[in-house]
Design a protein around this ligand. Structure first.
Ligand code: IPM
Ligand code: MG
Length: 378
């Protein structure tokens, strides 16, 4: 294995369908490694409710230190109905938010491209969805998710109150805006910044800072849009968007709306980048209703693995190959049950994944370990 690039990926399968889709992502990353001449060192660590039941914490110290040491982290999903009654520090979601924050993941990319073979999965008419190729850039390190104070009066009292705080600093907005403008300049050069500046002070600041950052990117056409209007435009004219820049909460909501436009939450990948190890996770949750049945759609996870290759390991050819393999398998009519119609061949998670593996392999022989070209990313 001498002379071969080696990458450490920490896999955090988590809850519900998390382990099933993580297995798919891992298999494809390993296959891709042997095709593109790098070795994947995989380790696996508990997170979420799974970690609570084993260690009492949704983000055990060992998991976090493994993530810090890795080149990239892949997370399946967190969340379990049994956790509803747990105290806040033991909620699976608390573990995920702590992980994003500890890794300094402030910039979350959620791309969606409408694939020709999946046109029929969308509830929209083909002429509306066709050509959609958008990227949500969601601020992930602040906003309503992390603002203090956050309190909830204990049950039993009268006139109880819950409090959350929406706060954004100029610096936080500037950082994510730069990332979004830079991405827009490498895409079609159009950026819509989404806020609620007619009501919220944080949004007024958001708009000012984004407008200021826009001066530095003369090739990018920038417009501001209120979030309610953006929610409507995403359904009416999804293909009109290129980059959507928005805050943590709005990005959470709009990305599920995009999943609705696509036809299922199972398709969307995400990448969370910032100052520490980058984190990759499908946008979908743990789907407890279908967990353990082996029928989860692995596409969101597989496309997250592609983002991991591109943004985490600097292997963009490998990423593109993987994305194309998924599209080809879909074009051949293979589907998991969530997006299958009578004209499709229905496969379970593992069988679908195997099709993608098989699709990849004929495109290149498995490289013998030491015939590999050195790459700039050691
Ligand atoms: C997402 C999820 C998470 C979020 C939850 C699980 C905390 O909905 O990644 O979109 O709200 O960020
Ligand atoms: Mg969400």
């Amino acid at each position: 294995m001498k002379g071969m690039n080696s990458f450490h990926v920490a896999f955090l399968p988590g809850d519900g369908i998390g382990p099933e889709v993580t297995a798919a992502a891992r298999e494809l990353l390993e296959t891709t490694g042997s095709l593109h001449g790098f070795r994947l060192r995989s380790t696996e660590h508990p997170v979420g409710w799974d970690a609570v039941t084993r260690t009492g914490s949704p983000l055990p110290t060992n998991t976090l230190s493994a993530c810090r040491q890795a080149d990239a982290v892949f997370l399946g999903a967190v969340g379990d109905p049994a956790a509803d009654a747990a105290p806040p520090e033991q909620r699976p979601e608390t573990g995920l938010l702590a992980l994003r924050s500890a890794l300094g993941c402030q910039i979350n990319l959620r791309p969606f491209r409408s694939l020709e073979p999946l046109m029929d999965a969308s509830p929209l008419r083909p002429e509306r969805i066709r050509g959609t190729d958008l990227l949500i850039v969601r601020e992930l390190g602040g906003g309503l998710y992390y603002g203090e104070p956050r309190t909830l009066d204990p049950p039993g009292g009268s006139h109880r109150k819950g409090v959350n705080t929406l706060v954004y600093s100029e610096e936080e907005i500037r950082r994510v805006a730069h990332a979004a403008f830079k991405l827009a300049s490498e895409r079609r050069g159009h950026l819509v910044s989404v806020d609620k500046a007619n009501v919220l002070e944080t949004s007024r600041l958001w708009r000012e800072v984004v407008t200021d950052v826009a001066w530095e990117y003369s090739r990018v056409r920038h417009e501001d849009m209120l979030v309610d209007r953006a929610a409507m435009e995403l359904v009416l004219r999804p293909a009109a968007f290129d980059v959507i820049l928005t805050s943590n909460l709005f990005g959470d909501i709009l990305s599920d709306e995009v999943a609705g436009v696509a036809g299922t939450l199972g398709l969307l990948p995400s990448a969370s980048l910032g100052i520490g190890t980058p984190l990759f996770e499908p946008v979908h949750g743990s789907a407890p209703d279908i967990a353990g049945q082996g029928i989860a759609n692995p596409i969101g996870a597989i496309l997250s693995a592609a983002l991991l290759l591109r943004h985490g390991l600097d292997q963009s050819d490998a990423a593109t190959n993987l994305e194309e393999a998924v599209e080809q398998v879909l074009a051949r009519g293979f589907r998991t049950p969530d997006i299958a119609t009578e004209k499709h061949t229905v496969l379970d998670t593992q069988a679908f994944t195997r099709q993608v593996v098989d699709q990849l392999i004929p495109t290149g022989e498995l490289l013998p370990p030491d015939s590999t070209k050195p790459e700039k990313h050691a």
